[in-house]
Design a protein around this ligand. Structure first.
Ligand code: B16
Ligand code: MG
Length: 219
């Protein structure tokens, strides 16, 4: 059984439901190009960087854009649409059970961190009142390789000064589960098992979660 000393949370889709805002913004782009972009397609983009996500989306639509400037322009457009959503967020957008669980963890002396591929993570954390809540935040601005590369979680563990094998990660994306496992951490999926079958355990959400359940998730 791994002794857990730190818990690392993915942001989009775990602490807040921004995954739906990413989907809406990507779908708007696909609509403009005239192809269908489904929630199932969107699963492939979760946890992946903005430009890599754009490449996947364009390949789904069978669209080739060679110019990096043009790809950057389109990715920025999607980001503007996405930011329109997140700038309206409030602490009410924290997903059910998350805040209580985080407080519980802090009070029990677990270290807590955010490990996100997003370059908008700080904006979201400010909007929901969590800007100085975590012991460490690693986001898309601090990494050179996005999930499924383990860099984001290894950096979070290093900032916390905790060994990777003593970290538990909560993730809603298959790419994030792979990243956590490659980092040597315990990977807990949040959401539907069908998308997260590589996780060590899967929980549907945090509504019934408390600190006593950490031990159960390690067994
Ligand atoms: P941005 P996470 C990821 O965040 C999202 O899951 C993914 O859909 C998004 O493309 C990526 O961040 C980059 O986000 O465009 O805001 O920089 O789930 O790792 O917190
Ligand atoms: Mg996520």
């Amino acid at each position: 059984m791994q002794e857990i000393k730190a818990v690392i949370f993915d942001l989009d889709g775990v602490v807040v439901d921004t995954a739906i805002f990413h989907y809406k913004a990507w779908k708007r782009l696909a609509d403009e190009y005239g192809f269908d972009f489904t929630p199932e397609h969107n699963e492939k983009l979760k946890g992946i960087s903005r430009l890599e996500s754009l490449d996947i989306l364009l390949s789904i639509g069978g669209i080739e854009i060679d110019s990096i400037d043009e790809r950057n322009r389109i990715a920025n457009l999607k980001n503007d649409w996405y930011r329109d959503y997140i700038l309206k967020m409030t602490p009410n957008d924290i997903l059910p059970g998350v805040k209580n669980f985080l407080i519980d963890l802090k009070n029990t002396n677990y270290k807590i961190a955010i490990g996100s591929s997003s370059k908008n993570a700080n904006t979201i954390l400010e909007r929901i009142g969590f800007d100085s809540f975590f012991d460490a935040v690693v986001d898309g601005l601090q990494i050179s390789k996005s999930k499924p590369d383990p860099e984001v979680f290894l950096k979070a563990a290093a900032k916390l000064n905790i060994n990777p094998e003593n970290c538990m990660v909560f993730e809603d994306a298959a790419a994030g589960i792979e990243a956590a496992k490659r980092a040597g951490m315990l990977a807990i999926g949040v959401g539907k098992y069908e998308h997260l079958s590589n996780a060590d355990k899967v929980i549907p959400d945090f509504s019934n979660m408390n600190v006593l359940m950490i031990d159960n998730l390690t067994k």
